[in-house]
Write a protein that binds this ligand. Structure first.
Ligand SMILES: [Mg+2]
Length: 372
């Protein structure tokens, strides 16, 4: 896969093609891949790293000021790949469960880090659930392999970085004063995501409409609406107030909605897409649910083939996991990749947002750089 992508990336003349028929020349033409040693060991290390939120995060079902996180490094022949597991409470994972899971892994059995399918199938088989823990390995492995190949993943997948979408800025549930302050912060963004599901739903939207009258809004209820009539009524009202879709209005139930409905909490792994076709209009993919990029990439392909809307989202995460997800963004309909902006202690720099649009950089791997 990587070999083909890199070979295809360089323009070649007919003479050049004839020349590379010799083994020696071929090695010269694709230096990165053929220089990969197959005798090294994959070394895993990790440590807990609590993410400090810049504002308290209020959702329909809980509020918090920190997010537990575990930072992961996979090293092969002196090259380091970085990953992370972020554990918002509703996923049911914790620093303890992630640490216990990672301690069970024997990755040194794999001599060739490019056997992604073998490595990640093994990781997935070690225990049930533990999706964020599995994602941390997947993300670090992708960072490592991209660095060995010398290319960022969006290029390896063949995606055009010009086609990245705008990303939304999230406004949590809060008092009118705090909502106003957050809308002010959201000025550079071209899409607002409003969290809903408590009493002040309409007041929040009214403030956004007043302060940013031309900006479209996506609404995320996090399963907060527990009354079907109210949900339907709100969908009609929202349609008249610049809203373009509603994410997870309530608990895994479907209504005959006037706005597109995107599944988030209800949607976890690849086979869910087949069940959700005809039930939800689209899916919100997050690496901490999908067990990482390898499965997320398959999800994007399958959902698009089924003509479903694709959104790429994140948890509160450092720029490591957020940038990993951004590599898929050129082929999604909506992006909600602001998790790194919500924390005060990011360890990495990676993708940036320019004029509201996701901007990918040329660094190999995920495209991240350790800050200290
Ligand atoms: Mg959501």
């Amino acid at each position: 896969m990587g070999l083909t992508a890199i070979a295809a990336a360089s323009p070649v003349s007919i003479e050049a093609v004839e020349k590379v028929t010799s083994k020696k020349r071929r090695r010269h033409a694709v230096p990165h891949v053929n220089q990969v040693p197959k005798t090294g060991k994959l070394k895993l290390s990790f440590f807990p790293y609590e993410l400090k939120l810049r504002h308290a995060f209020n959702l329909a079902r809980y509020s918090r000021t920190t997010t537990p996180d575990v930072q992961v490094t996979l090293e092969y022949e002196g090259i380091k790949g970085y990953g992370e597991a972020s554990m918002p409470p509703y996923l049911g994972e914790s620093v303890e469960s992630v640490t216990a899971f990672l301690n069970k892994l024997d990755l040194e059995q794999f001599k060739d880090p490019f056997c992604i399918e073998d490595i990640l199938s093994y990781v997935d088989s070690v225990d049930e659930n533990n999706r964020a823990a599995k994602a941390s390995i997947d993300i670090a492995l992708h960072d490592l392999l991209g660095k060995i190949m010398g290319q960022p993943w969006y290029k390896i997948w063949g995606y055009n970085p010009e086609k990245t979408p705008v990303t939304s800025f999230t406004i949590g549930i809060d008092t009118p004063e705090v909502v106003r302050q957050k809308v002010e912060e959201a000025r550079p963004y071209k899409l607002i995501k409003a969290k809903m599901g408590l009493d002040q739903d309409q007041a929040t939207i009214n403030i956004i409409n007043e302060m940013m009258p031309d900006v479209p809004i996506c609404v995320d209820c996090n399963q907060g609406w527990n009354n079907k009539e109210y949900a339907l009524e709100m969908c009609h009202w929202l349609k008249e107030h610049n809203c373009i879709f509603v994410e997870q209005p309530f608990d895994k139930t479907w209504i005959d909605e006037p706005l597109p409905i995107i599944a988030d909490e209800a949607f976890q792994r690849l086979p869910d897409i087949v069940r959700f076709k005809g039930v939800y209009d689209g899916i919100n993919i997050k690496l901490m649910k999908s067990t990482g990029l390898y499965e997320a990439h398959k999800m994007v392909t399958l959902a698009r083939a089924l003509d479903m809307k694709v959104m790429i989202g994140c948890m509160t995460e450092t720029s490591c996991a957020v940038t990993a997800a951004a590599n898929l963004s050129p082929v999604v309909d909506y992006a909600d990749l602001d998790g790194n902006l919500l924390i005060a202690n990011d360890r990495f720099t990676g993708m940036t947002v320019e004029n509201g649009k996701i901007t990918l950089h040329d660094r190999p791997g995920l495209g991240i750089k350790l800050l200290k």
